[in-house]
Write a protein that binds this ligand. Structure first.
Ligand SMILES: [Zn+2]
Length: 398
């Protein structure tokens, strides 16, 4: 990674926003000892959201300092900061209620994440802030993030969401895994039962937002027997078709859900034939999440020599219709894009940035570590796009 020195200046769209709420400043907070920090923040949230809606000066336009190769982290943090339901969860301190309800004292990662989100959205100035306290917590949770090596943004997102989920999981005592026979049920009912079973042990705001359910169908080529498996997913890793030209996101999804033949050593055991048979396997989406994270597999999985595909993947900003990938007829399968984590450069060295649509103004901004600048929505789709954040159109507020 080339050493990138960023100036700590922030570009703002028009004139710099006036400090709308000077009382949130550190010194002011100390002068009002009767008001707790959480009270102050929750009182502030309503005002902030209203103010941001009515004002041309959108909040949340605060850069994050690069602590040394931490652009992968900054890029993902900005995408999550612009995930309005998660942002509101942090601003309202709802995570505290979830924590109190399950009597756990340790929630350092969620606390730091919420604190960082609150700082981004309540900061009176647009000066870049340091995510060092947050970094301390994520590396405690996942020691692979100790130090200042370049990391993969999608892997970081997985670790972070998993960490946040574990701390605010509404389930404190996980039920014993019982083997239940759902074979007599309809496919739809089976999917629902499997989903409820999942929620019995994994249930949090993070799951509410990001987790969907994938159905995998295995069909025997001899007897035609079809067995199905339902698995939760936190994101979908999409292969990119090898081509000299550009491909579309739908092409990637079609490749991901394409019928796959399992033969030779891969032959699974057919439940009806009771022997290993050549089978076909196919994925469909059983349950669409509110926030759909699509990861474009630009890096080859071979760890010895990684290479990067810089194929231009054309993706829509609005009305990504995924109904053709649904297991059943589904109405909630149309999505709008609100954030992209970009990777420029090669597999050996590169740089991460984020493009995010502000949830209050619907304007797009580039987040390049400390710098935040406005951009045209026509520039959002580029060959650097790496992780796409879509929200379900029916839950969109814009
Ligand atoms: Zn069979």
């Amino acid at each position: 990674m080339p050493s990138i020195r960023h100036s700590y200046t922030v570009t703002v769209p028009e004139e710099p926003p006036a400090p709308a709420f000077p009382f949130i400043k550190q010194d002011a907070r100390r002068k009002s000892p009767t008001m707790s920090r959480s009270m102050l923040v929750s009182t502030f949230v309503g005002l902030l959201i209203n103010q941001a809606k009515n004002s041309k000066n959108a909040q949340g336009l605060v850069g994050l300092r690069n602590l040394g190769n931490t652009c992968f982290m900054n890029s993902i943090l900005q995408c999550l900061s612009n995930t309005h339901d998660l942002r509101d969860y942090c601003l309202r301190n709802t995570h505290r209620t979830d924590l109190n309800n399950n009597c756990r004292a340790k929630a350092a990662l969620m606390d730091e994440f919420a604190k960082l989100t609150q700082t981004i959205w309540t900061s009176a100035s647009n000066d870049a802030i340091s995510p060092s306290d947050f970094k301390m917590q994520i590396q405690k949770y996942a020691p692979r993030f100790v130090g200042y090596n370049q990391q993969d943004a999608q892997e970081f997102l997985r670790f972070l969401l998993d960490g946040l989920h574990n701390e605010v999981n509404r389930v404190t005592v996980k039920p014993r895994a019982l083997v239940e026979d759902f074979e007599h049920l309809s496919e739809d009912e089976k999917g629902k039962r499997m989903w409820n079973k999942y929620l019995e042990s994994e249930d949090s705001k993070v799951v509410d937002l990001f987790v969907g359910q994938l159905k995998s169908s295995l069909t025997c080529s001899e007897c035609g027997f079809c067995s199905t498996v339902f698995d939760p997913f936190w994101d979908l890793s999409l292969p990119i078709a090898k081509t000299s030209g550009e491909v579309s996101l739908i092409d990637c999804l079609r490749l991901f859900t394409k019928e796959d033949v399992l033969d030779g050593n891969e032959r699974p055991t057919c439940h009806r034939c009771k022997t290993r048979r050549k089978c076909t396997k196919k994925f469909t989406i059983q349950k669409f999440p509110k926030v759909l994270v699509l990861h474009l597999k630009r890096f080859s999985e071979c760890r010895v020599r990684t290479s990067k595909l810089s194929t231009f993947v054309n993706f829509p900003l609005k009305e990504l219709d995924l109904r053709e990938f649904a297991s059943e007829n589904s109405v909630n399968a149309v999505y709008n894009l609100y954030a992209v984590s970009n990777h420029s450069g090669t597999s050996l060295g590169g740089h991460y940035t984020a493009y995010c649509r502000n949830p209050c103004t619907a304007e797009w901004y580039t987040y390049n570590d400390s710098r935040v600048s406005p951009m045209s929505s026509s520039q959002v789709c580029s060959s650097d796009a790496y992780v796409l954040f879509y929200e379900c159109a029916t839950s969109s507020r814009l």
